[in-house]
Design a protein. Structure first.
Length: 150
């Protein structure tokens, strides 16, 4: 739960960032017998956040399947153990990421959240920065830089 509080602090620092955050809670520890209580969900108090309970760890299983089908695409040397559970992690995806059949490779992935939150914050900041406008090269035929006709 320290990771949730840390994420809330990062989001508070990035108040103006145009982003969506999905927090997925899943049962991993013996005490994880039910969805998080309201007081736990309230640790992340940001309107850009949607929180979900994944009792069957579907997201984790899909992550493992995606990685194991193409480890190098996800920056790992080989397949993950089939019983691997992706939890207490943060993944940052850029604006162009689309989840089709496979989880898109994240721009940043790290964990435990409390240890990787600073790097995740930098990745979020970078991923949400507006794209710079292209600068036309001298002599280009960019209509915006052409003199008015007439």
């Amino acid at each position: 739960m320290r990771g949730a509080s840390a994420l809330d602090r990062v989001l508070d620092q990035l108040k103006d960032a145009d982003l969506r955050v999905f927090v997925v809670w899943e049962p991993v520890l013996k005490t994880d017998v039910a969805p998080p209580l309201s007081r736990v969900l309230a640790l992340i108090d940001d309107s850009r956040v949607a929180q979900y309970w994944d009792p069957d760890r579907v997201l984790s299983a899909d992550f493992v399947r995606s990685v194991n089908e193409a480890p190098s695409k996800y920056g790992v040397d080989g397949p993950l153990p089939s019983e691997f559970i992706a939890w207490d992690v943060v993944a940052v995806f850029g604006r162009s990421a689309r989840w089709d059949r496979d989880l898109p490779p994240p721009d940043y992935y790290g964990g435990p959240v409390i240890q990787s939150i600073d790097e995740a914050g930098k990745a979020i900041d970078e991923a949400t920065r507006p794209e710079p406008s292209p600068v036309p090269e001298p002599g280009s035929s960019d209509p915006a830089s052409a003199p008015p006709a007439g």
